[in-house]
Structures are given as structure tokens and as C-alpha cells.
Design a protein around this ligand. Structure first.
Ligand SMILES: [Zn+2]
Length: 205
């Protein structure tokens, strides 16, 4: 993101009177107080945002960008920041360990749940899918193939209903948009308006 703007002083004078600035600040994002470092750099031409594994958030901006603009930029990227922080804060899973025996025991139950939820939410979309399969996947909750086959982890049975709904709606909407574009997320939002929140929640599972 670059900020086109006029410089009111000749370039050299402008830079000579301003040193790099480094500020420790806080902002409320998604109901959480987030500490971040704001750096105003003489060399920067763009606004940059980074989240490190130690959960430190850093915004780096050209020197002429105001603190308020930096904050607006950070707010616009709030979801991305919260996702990164959730990733780094991810603890050991709260779900039971995935074993083959567990999978065999619950796979048909998972298929039933997925099929019922697909039917239910498809009243909104009216899509057609091919097969529904259930797999023993640990990190992948669901997928949709180009041929229109939907697949779910048997572990959806352990999810709270609102998260299971989100997984089903997500894969269902890939039948309409085979990507993660804005159009795709608009589709998801029709059945799950708070999908952003649920997405963050599921990443912590
Ligand atoms: Zn997807």
C-alpha cells in the first residue's frame, strides 16, 4: 500500500528534520488489546505490517504517514493480524487424538452429520455435489474437488455445532466459487455471517 502525497518541503530538508521514529503503541482489534511497534522510517516507501512468532506486531511506515493513518491501515488488516496471532498461540489440540479405531467407529456418523448439514444449508444455495467422503485427516477439516466431490474429516463430530456448520458451508460454497476470493466469502457469509470469528475459533482447535 503506498501513500501518494505531496511533500511540502524540499526532499532533503524534509528528511533532515525528521529522524526515524520508533513508538510502542496499543490498539483494540476484534475486542483484544494488541501491543504493536510503530516505526516511521526515512527509507520506507510503503506501509508494512508484520507479526512475528513471538506475537510481536510491527507496523512500518514512511515518515510522512501519520500515526492515525498507520492505525487505519492496521485496522484494515485486523483479521489478518488476529489470524496470525491465533496461529502462533495455537496450543496442543483440545480434540481427542485421531486413531484409526476412532475413525472407523465414527466415520459413518460424520458422514451423516455432513450430509444433513449440507442438505440444510443447500436450501440457501441450491448446488449439486457428487460424492461425500469422510477421511481420517488431522489438520484438514474439509475439501472440495473440482469434480464436485466433498470430503470431510471424521473429526467434525468433535466440533461444536457452529464450527461444524462453518466447515460444511465453506466446502459447500466451493461448489459455487472454486477459490477463496471475495465472491467466495460473500457466499459463505450468506449462511454464516460471522464466518471470520468462526474461522479464527477453528484455527485454535
Ligand atoms: Zn476453502
Amino acid at each position: 500500500m503506498s501513500i501518494p502525497g505531496k511533500q511540502f518541503l524540499p526532499r532533503r530538508t524534509f528528511f533532515a528534520i525528521l529522524e526515524n521514529i520508533h513508538m510502542e503503541k496499543t490498539i483494540i482489534l476484534g475486542g483484544h488489546k494488541i501491543a504493536y511497534t510503530l516505526r516511521k522510517n526515512r527509507q520506507s516507501k510503503h506501509l508494512r505490517l508484520s507479526v512475528s512468532a513471538d506475537a510481536s506486531v510491527r507496523v512500518s511506515v514512511p515518515i510522512r504517514v501519520s500515526e492515525k493513518m498507520a492505525e487505519t491501515f492496521l485496522r484494515a488488516k485486523a483479521d489478518w493480524v488476529m489470524d496470525r496471532l491465533a496461529d502462533f498461540a495455537k496450543k496442543t489440540s483440545a480434540l481427542p487424538p485421531a486413531t484409526r479405531a476412532d475413525y472407523l467407529k465414527y466415520k459413518e456418523l460424520a458422514r451423516e452429520i455432513a450430509a444433513k448439514k449440507l442438505q440444510h444449508f443447500n436450501a440457501e444455495y441450491g448446488y449439486t455435489w457428487q460424492k461425500i467422503s469422510v477421511r481420517n485427516t488431522k489438520t484438514r477439516w474439509g475439501s472440495c474437488s473440482a469434480a464436485g466431490n466433498l470430503s470431510f474429516s471424521y473429526r467434525i463430530i468433535y466440533l461444536p455445532a457452529h464450527l461444524c456448520d462453518y466447515i460444511v458451508v465453506h466446502e459447500l460454497c466451493h461448489l459455487g466459487q472454486f477459490n477463496h476470493s471475495a465472491k467466495f466469502w460473500n457466499l459463505v457469509a450468506r449462511a454464516v455471517p460471522d464466518y471470520r470469528k468462526r474461522r479464527r475459533e477453528i484455527k485454535k482447535m
